[in-house]
Design a protein around this ligand. Structure first.
Ligand code: CA
Length: 230
């Protein structure tokens, strides 16, 4: 997977540098714009995956830039603000920024906020996708009614079995590790044993596969995890 590309718009070079350093260390690709106008040029060339935006900027200020960005894109935005800029902060959020961090801040806190916004937006996207019914040869999955049919006959799945089948089927041929499935289906709960995943896959196979001992849908990728074969 390519690193997420973050644009940092900040006129104070020392802040821009330390923020950039921490974000790079956290695995992101970072570009810096030192004023609003430069940021617009960079965004027009290529939309970043995330924007960290100082409110007080020369040329085009942070609020105008937020408004300009929102006319074009839903790219996540975190604003950097000084404590005295509270009114602007509220305006920024109303204009569609996703979160803000008040200066002075620790760079590590900013990294955590960036990750939190990414997680939150990722979940919202997943939730939107959750509405989409899926249909394969002899297997249909309807997330709204949570009904699964095999060759036209409904099968009863537990909540977790359904969630796992739907997650795998929504990403055909993509391999999920046990850890990823635990994270996505059980929310990474520490008390859940990784073998729980194995047990659920086995039960799912008994319910949806023609021959559970020779699965054609839920395939084991040895040493890695599981994938759905459409
Ligand atoms: Ca500034």
């Amino acid at each position: 997977m390519n690193a997420k590309n973050i644009l940092v718009v900040e006129d104070e070079a020392s802040i821009a540098e330390v923020v950039s350093l921490y974000l790079k260390r956290a695995g992101f690709a970072v570009q810096i714009a030192s004023d609003g106008k430069q940021a617009m040029g960079m965004i027009e060339r290529q939309m970043p995956d995330f924007v960290v935006l100082d409110l007080m900027l020369p040329e085009v200020d942070g609020l105008s830039l937020t408004r300009w960005l929102r006319d074009r894109s839903n790219v996540p935005i975190i604003m950097l603000t000084a404590r005295r800029e509270e009114i602007d902060r509220i305006a920024g959020l109303e204009m569609g920024a996703d979160d803000y961090v008040v200066k002075p801040f620790s760079p590590q806190e900013l990294v955590s906020r960036v990750r939190a916004v990414m997680r939150r937006l990722g979940r919202e996207q997943d939730a939107a996708e959750n509405e989409r019914p899926l249909s394969f040869d002899g297997l249909s999955i309807d997330p709204k009614s949570r009904v699964v049919t095999v060759k036209g006959s409904p099968v009863e799945l537990t909540v977790k079995e359904f969630d796992m089948l739907y997650l795998l089927a929504r990403h055909p041929k993509q391999v999920f590790t046990r850890e990823q499935l635990l994270e996505r289906i059980w929310g990474g709960a520490l008390y859940i044993d990784p073998s729980t995943v194995t047990v659920h896959v086995r039960r799912l196979r008994e319910k949806i596969e023609e021959d559970a001992s020779k699965p054609a849908r839920l395939l084991t990728v040895w040493g890695v995890g599981y994938k759905f074969e459409p």
